[in-house]
Design a protein around this ligand. Sequence first.
Ligand code: BGC
Length: 361
Amino acid sequence: MGLCPTVYRFTRKTKCLLLLALCLCVLAWVAAFISGTVKPFELVPTQVQKWERMGSEVEAGLNTEPGGLYTPTELLQTKEKEEEELPKAPCPKKSPLLRGPLPLSFEPALTLGRVEGENGAVSGGQYQPADCVAQQSVAVLIPHRNREKHLLYLLHHLHPFLQRQQLHYAIYIIHQAGEETFNRAKLLNIGYLEALKDYSWDCFIFHDVDLVPENDHNLYTCDQQPKHLVVGRNSTGYKLRYKGYFGGVTALSRQQFLKVNGFPNSYWGWGGEDDDLRKRVELQRMSVVRPPAAIGRYTMVFHQRDNGNEVNKDRMRLLSKTSDMWKKDGLNSCTYQTLSVERPPLYINVTVNIGKPPSTH
Ligand code: BGC
């Protein structure tokens, strides 16, 4: 009696009212549970439940709870990031983007700004396909001096051409500083050595600045054997100049070029260095392959012979010594001074001092 005296003081009427109120409460809770508004024992949502709910709201296109743990936009971004990080599949062996022969244009009013605008996906001279892993990583090496307009036309055509081939690539301009006689072969050796400081490229394209490819089936990739890409050009009626011609544009893998010790460094002025490279290839028991004539077609941008690139009168004598010289004169003896390396959007510009031909020492 003394334990709970108030209970005993309730009248019978009060007791009935209290019981009725309790029944109503229970009924209301059961109704809420059946309608799904309330789950038994989980009246406060956990963080995981909040994320799950927001995820389904995002999928359903609802925009609720802006002040929640993640906004729907953040959730979408997180999802995109996860998708980006998924490993990409290799690009197909044959790119579906190839278009075959295309008309070329050489507009006098073309500007570098316009070419940059058309190639927004290229950065620091490099590009890789967004949605697949390229079959090869390719460094295009272009020896250069005083040919700005030719370079612009080449960049204009080469960037979309290489992108249609779904390559991971970079374009290196190797610029000979000063007024000494031009040395194409030595600049190409330097391009190879400098490009390898950036990345372990699979394949190197040794490319004259005045030759523009006409057909994107002419693949800028390396094969089992060194490849000569210029079967014909407009200026010679699209005919191969001679059986052993290996000039203009060639493709050698990193290993193939190393095996022949690169180009000779001793050819100053025009001519002979490409024949020397072919001899080196043959001395290593490799052979030259070419695309079909209908594909290996180029347009040569017209120009006069440059000052400082006169015909090399010594080339025949040098060529008669290739088999003795190839081991001593090449990548392993290429000395130069790098003056600058610049990386504007569309190419890597390596400016070098390569010295002078021996006769003018
Ligand atoms: C030269 C090569 C040149 C070829 C085609 C040859 O006589 O030695 O360097 O590429 O002619 O012009």
